[in-house]
Design a protein around this ligand. Sequence first.
Ligand code: ITT
Length: 191
Amino acid sequence: KKLFLATGNKKKIKEISEILDGYEILSINDGYTIPDVVEDKDTFEGNSQKKALEIAKAVGMPVIADDSGLCVNALGGAPGIYSARYSGENATDKTNNIKLIRELKGKEDKSAKFVCVITLAKPNGEYHSFRGEVEGVIVEKPGGTDGFGYDPHFYIEKYGKTFAEIPEIKKEISHRAKALKKLQAEIDRYL
Ligand code: ITT
């Protein structure tokens, strides 16, 4: 069964293909090109659905899209849906993390959560979305080299490690894993 993974982020492709089994996953890694979708909605659901629907029409097969981000309590939920571009137009993981640590300086509450909304969409316009969340704490000192984005600063108290230090556990408990497990439970009804 073919599913197209509608993301330009190769780290997401890796994580999603490792978690979702039983499907032949196609992506930009297989020579496909995808349109650049403008993420102008104000929720993870809105942007996830927009990406999934536009790309399903473009590639002509069922797709899944992931819209995700980090929500920090002391920052009023920021960077949230703006996580990828937190430090501006030419943002990188490095500049985003520098800004995150700067904004949190002096704040007592370091609690945060990752949110992921996965949308399954078909070229005929049908879609279904699934949300997953995981709670953690932002630590100033980065740990680990696996993962991507804010992982080196996202610390899980239960394991005493950051997500970048525990890729095998991240695969089981992450926001992305939780959303994908919900999708997996229902996908056969929708395809
Ligand atoms: P696509 O839109 O093409 O899927 P993107 O990287 O732009 O790729 P988003 O708009 O969903 O994706 O932005 C998500 C950002 O949130 C991502 O770039 C990271 O900075 C952060 N993020 C999401 N999931 C993460 C994770 O598992 N670990 C660390 N950071 C994560």
